[in-house]
Design a protein around this ligand. Structure first.
Ligand code: C2E
Ligand code: CA
Ligand code: CA
Length: 670
């Protein structure tokens, strides 16, 4: 055993050292050998380094900020092109900006000259983390590939994965297929078909199988050795299955059918040189109907809307895209569209619907896009119309929005919102909701996340995703953020006074707040004012706001930690946080973004991203929270993937303080 307690053998590393002078290079090698066994190749410049990288097996590169034929920027870029997965450790004293720059360019670590004795350990960690980040990258790339495949495929898509030799469907566009064995796919009829499909998948073959019930093309999506997933794309399905392509509620075509049809119409329009219009209709506040009168009535109203739409626009194709979304397509010239949109709106929504024996008036927001002006392909056209409808909704519903003008209208809305935000705090329009965070093992509430709500006097409850960006833009976020912080800290005191001590509150802080030097001071004052110990406050910062200004974020995090406040990285996995950054700055928790939690039960890649994050977290000694947990299956998987905490609708939605108090009190009692 070595004096400091390490028992393991020294790690052997093969390195290229790129320095400006041979003495320097030798000094670094000696320093590293304090901790590792190192075989070093020395290079006195970029070109020599590239030659070595091309010829040798290497684990790591050690570089100077400047060599004769290049700077650290050139070195990082060129080395990465030559060998993407080679971790690079920079040795030298850099200004904070240059450090940020080097991390952003992919440096695994930076060792300043005075800390040279740390070099060996830095190399070991860089190599280990390199493997981790490669896994994370790989998992992300696979997810991106899957997303892309799903997005681009017009057919129904089924991803088949092999688990323990058994072929299981782990992802399918139709919800009810998820997690079923292959034999239960609706288009696979008997044992023989199932065998054929399994064999194709197992053999990693791109193939086409024809079954009695239809034809199916099987394509490997990714085939790393432990993680085999295949996309089976279903074409030309037979009668039994084709029936399902119509929406059972309204009898209208569903998205996939509609897209095929749109394809044909577009081609025809292109040949004849005419335009095609797509209207995307989203019924405003349709959920109210369901809530008031139940789903059966909701379905009846949807059927009625479908009928009215078809009657109002007899020459158009109408489809239902799910929920309360309808899409209308027709050959049309520009002036015709406005007419169609008005006709659709008037025809379908002018008369009331009967809900619970009462007449109810509904409205719709309509987004309009035109081919070939706004887009030339189906996906682009639908996406554009959808973006326009989104703007229409933001504008306050019951409106028609042209894609072309929606850029302008978005800023119009922002102007209005900005105006309404002024003075909203004084008018008491904001409220803080709290969402509990649970220990995954014991289901005991560990803390709560504070989430701000805006009760707009005209538009009702507005979600933070919509107004926070506006508040940031117009500088109101500091005031609002300070208000949320004070409410949250005061709430911890209120709970403690009510006999519920030890509740930790997590408060979201936006990038703008981080930039203010006054923030840590405010935190300290508020903690004192309400006599709350710093450990009961956690600040959530997103990855992207850290990366916006690494230097500032680092300073702020340090000051917060000096106070004893905890720090969590929010939406982890969606942005790029350098692992070296995470290691060097004090962090208590990583919050795994909801998108990865969703993937866990979609089966896509078995939560590889989450596994990479929890492994990383263990290595860093920080805890992990999975956000947006909605299904019991997700909890099981997350537990298996070593997550510490869970937060999501499955356990509790964000709720007003009073409701949360009841829940907390009950939790403490039982
Ligand atoms: P976030 O920090 O990622 O907060 C989590 C969001 O996920 C919340 O949305 C929460 O209601 C939602 N959520 C929780 N569980 C589930 C689930 O099981 N399923 C789904 N689909 N969603 C779930 P919310 O409250 O709308 O907040 C949105 C974002 O607005 C927050 O995202 C945060 O970035 C920001 N935000 C909220 N309050 C504040 C604040 O006081 N200050 C700042 N700067 N940003 C805030
Ligand atoms: Ca958060
Ligand atoms: Ca989050």
């Amino acid at each position: 055993m070595e004096p400091d307690g390490r028992t393991t053998a020294r790690k052997h590393l093969r390195a290229v050292i790129v320095a400006a002078a041979p003495e320097e290079s030798a000094r670094w090698a000696d320093a590293a050998r304090e901790d590792v066994s190192l075989s070093a190749h020395h290079a006195l410049g970029l070109h020599e380094a590239l030659r070595i990288v091309a010829e040798r097996e290497l684990d790591v590169a050690i570089i100077a900020p400047h060599v004769a034929d290049g700077s650290y920027r050139d070195l990082l870029r060129r080395l990465q092109v030559a060998r993407e997965d080679l971790p690079v450790v920079l040795v030298g004293d850099l200004e904070p900006d240059a450090m940020h720059d080097a991390f952003a360019l992919g440096a695994a670590d930076i060792v300043a000259q005075p800390e040279l004795l740390r070099l060996g350990q830095a190399l070991v960690r860089a190599v280990r983390d390199g493997t981790l980040s490669a896994q994370l990258r790989n998992a992300r790339a696979q997810n991106a590939l899957l997303d892309e495949t799903l997005r681009r495929t017009r057919e129904d898509v089924v991803v088949v994965g092999i688990e323990g030799g058994e072929s299981t469907v782990v992802y399918a566009t139709r919800h009810d297929l998820i997690g079923r064995p292959i034999t239960e796919l609706p288009f696979v009829r008997d044992g023989e078909e199932a065998e054929e499909l399994s064999a194709a998948v197992a053999g990693c073959r791109s193939t086409r199988l024809t079954f009695a019930s239809g034809a199916i093309a099987v394509e490997p999506l990714a085939a790393p050795p432990h993680d085999r997933h295949y996309v089976a794309i279903v074409h030309e399905r037979g009668g039994r299955v084709a029936l399902e392509e119509r929406d059972p509620v309204t009898g209208l075509p569903q998205r996939s059918t509609f897209e095929r049809l749109a394809q044909r119409v577009l081609a025809e329009a292109d040949r004849e040189g005419v335009s095609v219009a797509v209207l995307f209709l989203d019924v405003d506040r349709f959920h109210v109907v369901n809530e008031l009168a139940g789903h059966r009535t909701g379905d009846r109203v949807l059927r009625e809307i479908a009928t009215r739409l078809r009657e109002a626009l007899p020459a158009a194709h109408v489809a239902r895209f799910g929920g309360d979304e309808f899409v209308v397509l027709r050959l049309e010239d520009e002036p015709g569209i406005a007419r169609s949109a008005t006709q659709a709106a008037a025809g379908a929504f002018a008369a009331p619907f009967i809900v619970a024996d009462k007449p109810v008036y509904l409205t719709a927001s309509i987004g309009v896009a035109l081919a070939p002006d706004d887009a030339t392909d189906v996906a682009g056209l639908i996406g554009t119309a959808e973006a326009a409808v989104f703007e229409a909704k933001r504008l306050g519903r019951n409106t028609v929005r042209w894609y072309r003008s929606s850029g302008g209208s978005a800023s119009l809305e922002r102007v209005a919102m900005r105006r309404d935000l002024q003075g909203a705090i004084e008018r008491g329009e904001f409220d803080v909701y709290y969402q509990p965070i649970y220990d995954i093992g014991t289901h005991v509430i560990q803390g709560v996340e504070a989430l701000v709500r805006w009760r707009h006097p005209l538009h009702g409850m507005i979600q933070p995703d919509r107004f926070i960006p506006v508040a940031e833009e117009c500088g109101l976020i500091e005031e609002l953020g300070a208000w949320v912080l004070e409410q949250s800290i005061a709430q911890v005191r209120t709970w403690a006074d009510a006999g519920i001590p030890g509740i930790r509150v997590s408060v979201n802080v936006s990038a703008r707040q981080l930039e203010s030097n006054a923030f840590p001071g405010l935190v300290r004052i508020l903690l004192e004012r309400y006599q709350v110990a710093a450990q009961y406050l956690e600040i959530e910062i997103t990855e992207s706001s850290i990366m916006r200004d690494v230097g500032a974020a680092a300073r702020l995090l340090r000051r917060l930690r000096e106070l004893g406040v905890r720090v969590a990285i929010d939406d982890f996995g969606t942005g790029y946080t350098s692992l070296a950054f995470l290691k060097r700055f004090p962090i208590d928790q990583l919050k795994i973004d909801r998108s990865f939690v969703v993937d866990v039960t979609a089966g896509a890649f078995d939560g590889a991203v989450i596994r990479a994050v929890t492994t990383l977290a263990r290595a860093l000694g920080v805890q992990t929270v999975a956000e947006g947990v909605e299904l019991p299956e997700q909890v099981e998987r997350l537990r298996a993937l070593d997550c510490d905490f869970v937060q999501g609708f499955l356990f509790s939605e964000p709720m007003p303080a009073a409701a949360c108090t009841v829940l907390l009190a009950a939790g403490r009692a039982g």
